[in-house]
Design a protein around this ligand. Structure first.
Ligand code: N01
Length: 484
């Protein structure tokens, strides 16, 4: 190494910890992780709603460099995942790099380095800036008249108010996405009455979530090779979902058959009709849930499909004139998936902001870099392979790619890692063309879609993402002004 880079990482969630650990393990120790909250964990710190769990098998949702042999279930509950990331921060020696309670509000590229600000105060000047602020990060509050007039407790799923009692209460739940589904199945047996406001029905894949640390699995798991065998089995099950979204093959037919068979477990034809989507399974993110329709069929659960007109002090008024009264209102209404690091102001070359660069929607160079923003990298940047995939695998791929550039810089072979606009445009054009052939473009709307209705997701197998980021295409960078 001929010079030592100073690196700033924004966000101490899964992806921030991933790039930090990757740098540290490679011997790059001069970095700070800025985190606006008071602890690490990101999405798993913020989402503490009843029933929160990862619907990706835990053996696949963990870092390969720091595996956890102690997951309690195939799909671990949220608090276990949060505990895992807290332990990763300790085990990987990241705690000394954390600057908690620090909200980076502006990052400006001046004189070849990134100047970081918290409010008016300049807090650091770094050679590399890595945005690891997450995707589903900013809660989206519904634009419903009178929301502030509600007399009871009202909160977003990602801002759960644990001081509010729920047992025996009347609860209104807006939203039937992955979050709403988990809240529904968890709350239904606990509350007096649960009214679920469903704007769009969902396809639901029935999934079992066995304990994996119980006998005889705990015995089996100690056998030589059992861990690897288990991961392979989980991986091949998971592959069905990956193939299902990218190809119209037997996997999609299998998923189709499974979700339709699951829906047929709803006995009442009128309720079944209410719960039947009018789009192709997988077009929106598939709900993977245990007991979704059982919960919907409980005597204390009602599915309300009439449009919400407004919120009043006692509850929700729907278009049929009915006032649905309750004590607690939960907003499982999703996130602003187009924000990424914003509202932090990121200002690149010639004073150009990320907002300006993304006027037509977030578009990056190969998910990780941004033309005009030298030595700026993104974890989980635009078009990363999210969806029903494991994000830890993607994070590791991106972290290793970033590490390669950091090494190039440290060796003095390049000063400014700045992708050429044409290279980013060519990538995005190919990606958007391919997106039109995916299941996501078969006629539905969700956070997967951009303002123009085109899916904003990685349209290929995630392995292609790994291949794409396995080499540095030096000729696609302005910084080919490399000096050896
Ligand atoms: O959010 P969503 P989410 N009036 O946007 C409804 C990940 N995740 O938090 O569909 C009435 O999917 C909205 O209705 P509609 C996962 O990637 C992962 O549930 O727009 N309803 C919808 O039903 C997931 O995809 C796990 O018609 C309104 C719901 O709110 C992502 O997070 C677990 C409304 C929002 O659904 C987001 O899921 C949980 C209004 N005004 C989440 N506004 C894992 O297990 C919104 N809605 C890994």
């Amino acid at each position: 190494m001929t010079r030592t880079p100073w690196i700033g990482i924004i966000g101490a969630g899964m992806s921030g910890l991933c790039i930090a650990a990757t740098l540290k393990r490679a011997g790059f120790d001069d970095f700070t992780i800025y985190e606006k909250a008071d602890k690490v964990g990101g999405t798993w710190r913020d989402n503490t709603y009843p029933g929160v769990a990862c619907d990706v098998p835990s053996a696949l949702y963990q870092f390969t460099f720091d595996p956890n042999p102690g997951w309690s279930r195939l799909l671990a509950p949220g608090h276990e995942i949060q505990g895992y990331f807290e332990r990763v921060a300790g085990r990987q020696g990241l705690r000394e790099h954390l600057r908690l309670g620090t909200n980076v509000t502006k990052a400006e590229h001046v004189g070849g380095r990134w100047h970081l600000y918290a409010g008016d105060t300049e807090i650091d000047v770094v050679d590399f800036l890595v945005a690891a602020a997450g995707i589903l990060h900013h809660p989206r509050y519904p634009d419903i008249e009178g929301l502030d007039d509600f007399a009871g407790a009202v909160f977003h799923s990602a801002r759960w108010n644990h001081a509010v009692p729920l047992d025996g209460k009347r609860v209104g739940l807006i939203g039937t996405g992955s979050t709403g589904a988990q809240i529904l199945t968890s709350l239904a047996p606990r509350v007096k009455r649960l009214k679920v406001f469903q704007r769009t029905p969902q396809w639901v894949f029935p999934i079992i979530n066995p304990r994996v640390n119980a006998l005889p699995l705990s015995v089996i798991s100690r056998l030589p090779g059992a861990g690897l065998a288990g991961r392979l089995v989980e991986r091949s099950l998971f592959e069905i979902f990956i193939e299902g979204v990218t190809h119209d093959g037997w996997q999609r037919k299998f998923i189709n058959a499974m979700v339709r068979a699951n829906l047929r477990t709803v006995r009442d034809p009128a309720l079944r009709a209410k719960l039947t989507p009018d789009f192709v399974p997988l077009c929106r993110r598939l709900i993977l849930a245990t007991g979704y329709y059982e919960a919907m069929q409980r005597a204390n659960v009602d599915v309300i499909v009439e449009d919400i007109v407004k919120v009043e002090s006692q509850g929700i008024r729907t278009a049929d004139g009915v006032l649905h009264e309750f004590d607690v209102l939960v907003l499982a209404t999703g996130f602003d998936a187009q924000a990424y690091i914003r509202p932090t102001a990121v200002i690149g070359l010639d004073g150009r902001t990320l907002d300006e660069a993304w006027k037509a929607g977030p578009r990056a160079y190969k998910t990780v870099a941004q033309p005009g923003f030298p030595n700026y990298f993104m974890m989980m940047g635009p078009h990363s392979p999210v969806g029903n995939f494991s994000l830890t695998i993607i994070a590791e791929t991106q972290a290793n790619y970033i590490l390669r550039w950091v090494r190039e810089w440290a060796a003095g072979r390049i000063d400014a890692v700045n992708p050429i606009q044409e290279a980013a445009d060519a990538f995005n054009a190919e990606l958007r063309e391919a997106a039109k052939d995916t299941v996501w473009a078969t006629g539905c709307r969700s956070w997967y879609h951009g303002a123009d209705g085109i899916p904003e997701l990685w349209p290929w197998h995630p392995e292609r993402h790994q291949e794409m980021l396995s080499t540095l295409e030096i000729d696609e960078f302005e910084g080919s002004s490399a000096h050896a």
